[in-house]
Design a protein around this ligand. Structure first.
Ligand SMILES: NC(=O)c1ccc[n+]([C@@H]2O[C@H](COP(=O)([O-])OP(=O)(O)OC[C@H]3O[C@@H](n4cnc5c(N)ncnc54)[C@H](O)[C@@H]3O)[C@@H](O)[C@H]2O)c1
Length: 317
């Protein structure tokens, strides 16, 4: 059985990932319950995990002295902890730089000190910026990130290469595309819209509804991460950057229509101009993930949305 360190384990993606990993691995999950959103949400994300014999939780910051906190040997690191969110990163760039860049360096330092050679990093589609070439391929240029959040992710991809080169740590940078599903972060559009509908409040739409996102269901992302871990287990001298998306972008307007249909409720819309840091399009070319990892996303936006609404409704009882 492998032992895997998952950072950001109490978050949206982290909690789903750990639930999958504990089936066949020992998992040490760390999280500092960062106040980006409510601590109680993150605590409830890991409620079931805390009862699992293969799961150990540590409430610590990735920027702390990890070697003194984690004495166990570790086979893989899956590093998800970060300040997420594009818009808030514009107001608090220094926090994003500190947690995302210095925090990632701290986790890499831990890998070096503990001689851990297999490392997965959660990167983001946002690093493609307003690239006009779609769908986005891994070899496209990513030199024009339009938010601090995006440049922290790009910086980490570059930093990872240096430590791969210097310390022979195998890395896979996975660029996630707008992840959704049960437990989705409350700051993200689908969660915000469904919450507004349930509370009979209007929603704010930024832009003309013609921005597109390649919504990717969380179970597909988890499957891609597990496949990347298996790839790292089977191969040495790896440094790869791979898109994990759905290859099927949906416009904001269509997303709202679909939410109205699924919830069978009406919705008042307040239109505002697009916000700084937002991009027009995210659209993943996933050929590399298919070929290298055998990644095949299974869940359409419609059925994933239905799962989200079912989950959201259950949390209201
Ligand atoms: N959700 C998406 O659509 C999406 C898209 C692209 C990339 N990502 C990346 O995937 C990862 C997970 O995203 P998510 O949506 O699950 O976000 P999330 O905010 O739900 O999870 C991140 C977790 O990291 C923890 N964390 C933050 N700072 C920490 C610190 N200093 N020490 C320890 N833990 C800390 C938070 O408390 C949180 O539980 C992030 O790196 C994010 O940038 C997410």
């Amino acid at each position: 059985m492998n032992r895997i360190l998952v950072t950001g384990c109490a978050g949206f993606i982290g909690s789903h990932l750990c639930e999958e990993l504990v089936k066949n691995n020992e998992v040490i999950g760390i999280d500092n319950f960062d106040l980006f959103y409510d601590k109680s949400i993150k605590q409830s994300n890991i409620n079931n995990l805390l009862k699992h014999p293969n799961f150990k939780f540590l409430e610590i910051d990735i920027r702390s002295n990890l070697v003194s906190e984690i004495p166990e040997t570790i086979d893989f690191i899956i590093h998800l902890a970060a300040k997420a969110g594009v818009r808030p990163s514009i107001l608090k760039a220094e926090d994003y730089i500190d947690v995302n860049i210095n925090g990632t360096h701290s986790v890499i330092k831990f890998a070096i000190e503990k001689n851990i050679k297999k490392f997965i990093f959660a990167s983001s589609s946002s690093i493609y910026g307003n690239n006009n070439l779609i769908p986005f391929c891994e070899h496209h240029q990513t030199d024009n990130p339009v938010s601090p959040y995006a440049f922290t992710k790009k910086s980490c991809e570059l930093m990872n290469y240096s430590f791969h080169h210097l310390h022979q740590i195998d890395f896979i940078n996975l660029r996630f595309f707008t992840v959704f599903g049960p437990r989705q972060r409350p700051d993200l559009a689908i969660h915000k819209f469904v919450k507004a509908i349930y509370n009979a409040q209007p929603i704010t739409l930024y832009g003309d509804g013609k921005t597109y996102r390649d919504y990717t269901y969380v179970a597909d992302i988890v499957d891609g991460i597990v496949k990347a871990k298996d790839y790292l287990a089977a191969n040495n001298h790896v440094f790869e950057t791979i898109n994990l998306g759905n290859n099927s972008p949906v416009s904001l307007k269509d997303l709202v229509e679909e939410i109205k249909k699924i919830t069978a409720r009406n919705l008042e819309i307040i239109g505002l101009p697009m916000q700084d840091g937002d991009v027009n399009y995210t659209y993943a070319n996933i050929d590399k993930a298919k070929k290298m990892l055998g990644y095949r996303p299974q869940t359409s936006m419609k059925s994933g949305l239905a799962e989200f609404v079912k989950w959201y409704a259950a949390t209201q009882n």
